[in-house]
Design a protein around this ligand. Structure first.
Ligand code: 13P
Length: 343
C-alpha cells in the first residue's frame, strides 16, 4: 500500500469544482433505465450510450472521474479506444464498480446485504493492471421500514464495506464506500437521520477495525431527506442542514471527501440540495456529487429519441448538468441558471 498515491487520488476525485459521474449501472439496472426510454438493452446499445457520455467534449472541466461497470471497462469507444483510456487521456480517472449486488439478507425479511468479496483481490488486480482503474465503488443498501434497518443488517454491510476498502487500498485503489439509505417509503426526515447516523457510525467503526486509511477513502452518502412518499417533503434548507449535521456526528474529519448519490431525487433537486450544503460554514470535507440518474437523465432521454442523430444534443445536456453540479460543489448554483439550458 502506498498512502501517498491513495491520498493523491482521493484529493483528485474531490478537487475543487469537480465530482463524479456514476455510469456503472449493472446490466439489470441499465435494462430498467433503457426500458423507461424505449431503448433495447443490447450490449451494443449499452456501449453506444456510454460512448456518448464519455466522449462529451469539455466534461473534464467539471468531472474528475467516472465509475464504470465491468462490461464497460472492457469496451471500446467508436474510435477504437478503450473507455478507461478515453477518460485517462482527458484527465479523468477511471473507476470501477466491484460489488456484485445486494442480495436478500438471511433471516432478515426486507433487508439486503451486498456481495462480492469472493475473488475481489484478483479482480482488483486485473482492473488496475489491465485497465488502469484508480478507484472503486461498493454500494450497500439500507432500507427504512417497520423495525428496519436492524443492527444485524447495518453490521453485515459495514463489515463487508470495510473488507472491500482494505482490499482496494492494498493495491492503491481508492475505495468509495457507499452505504445508501434508500429514499423509498413514507418515512419522515427524522427516521432517515436516525438510520443514516447509525449506518455511518458503524461503517466508520468497521473501517477503523480493518485499518483503512481515511485520507485515501471517499464516502458516497445518501442525503438525509424524507421518504419519497412522505406526506411532508423536505425543503432544500432542511436537507442541507440535517445531512451536514448527520455527517458531522458520524464521520471522522480526516476522511478525504464526501460525494452524494441522487437516489431518485429530481435532477434540479439534487443540484440544489448539494449547493445548499456547500453554503454552510465549517464543514471539514469537500462535498461533491457522484450522481447517476440526476446527471444522466436528460441526456439519456434525448439520446434515446434518436440514438445516432441526437448524440451532440445529449452531450450538451450532460455537460450542462455537470456544470450545474460543479457550481453546486462551490455553493455557486442558483435555480435561475436552469433557464439557460438548451435541452
Ligand atoms: P443515483 O445517483 O441514480 O442514485 O446513482 C448513484 C449510484 O451510483 C448508486 O450506486
Amino acid at each position: 500500500m502506498n498512502t501517498d498515491i491513495l491520498k493523491k487520488t482521493a484529493k483528485q476525485i474531490v478537487a475543487s469544482g469537480k465530482g463524479i459521474i456514476a455510469a456503472d449501472e449493472s446490466n439489470p439496472t441499465c435494462q430498467k433505465r433503457f426500458d423507461a426510454v424505449g431503448v433495447a438493452c443490447t450490449e451494443e446499445n449499452r456501449r453506444a450510450y456510454r460512448d456518448m457520455l464519455l466522449t462529451t467534449e469539455g466534461l473534464e472541466h467539471y468531472v474528475s472521474g467516472v465509475i464504470l461497470y465491468d462490461e464497460t471497462i472492457r469496451q471500446r469507444s467508436s474510435t477504437g479506444e478503450r473507455f478507461p483510456d478515453v477518460l485517462t487521456k482527458k484527465g479523468m480517472l477511471p473507476g470501477i464498480k466491484v460489488d456484485i449486488g445486494a442480495k436478500d439478507l438471511a433471516l432478515h425479511s426486507g433487508e439486503k446485504v451486498t456481495e462480492g468479496l469472493d475473488g475481489l483481490r484478483e479482480r482488483l488486480a486485473e482492473y488496475k493492471k489491465t485497465y488502469g482503474a484508480m478507484f472503486a465503488k461498493w454500494r450497500a443498501v439500507i432500507t427504512i421500514g417497520d423495525g428496519i434497518p436492524t443492527d444485524a443488517c447495518i453490521h453485515a454491510n459495514a463489515h463487508a464495506m470495510a473488507r472491500y476498502a482494505a482490499l482496494c487500498q492494498e493495491v492503491d485503489i481508492v475505495p468509495i464506500v457507499e452505504p445508501e439509505v434508500l429514499i423509498d417509503g413514507n418515512h419522515m426526515i427524522e427516521a432517515c437521520y436516525e438510520a443514516t447516523e447509525k449506518t455511518l457510525k458503524k461503517t466508520f467503526e468497521e473501517l477503523a477495525g480493518q485499518d483503512v486509511i481515511l485520507e485515501g477513502t471517499i464516502l458516497k452518502a445518501s442525503m438525509v431527506i424524507a421518504g419519497k412518499k412522505a406526506a411532508k417533503q423536505s425543503s432544500v434548507e432542511e436537507v442541507a442542514r440535517e445531512t451536514v449535521r448527520c455527517l458531522k456526528a458520524s464521520v471522522p474529519s480526516d476522511l478525504a471527501g464526501v460525494v452524494f448519490l441522487s437516489g431518485g431525487q429530481g435532477d434540479e433537486q439534487a443540484t440544489a440540495n448539494l449547493n445548499e450544503m456547500n453554503k454552510l460554514e465549517g464543514v471539514p470535507w469537500p462535498l461533491s456529487f457522484s450522481y447517476a440518474r440526476a446527471i444522466q437523465n436528460p441526456a439519456l432521454k434525448i439520446w434515446a429519441a434518436d440514438t445516432k442523430g441526437n448524440i451532440g444534443k445529449a452531450q450538451e445536456a450532460l455537460l450542462f448538468r455537470s456544470k450545474m453540479n460543479s457550481l453546486a460543489t462551490m455553493g455557486k448554483y442558483s435555480d435561475d441558471m436552469e433557464k439557460r439550458r438548451t435541452y
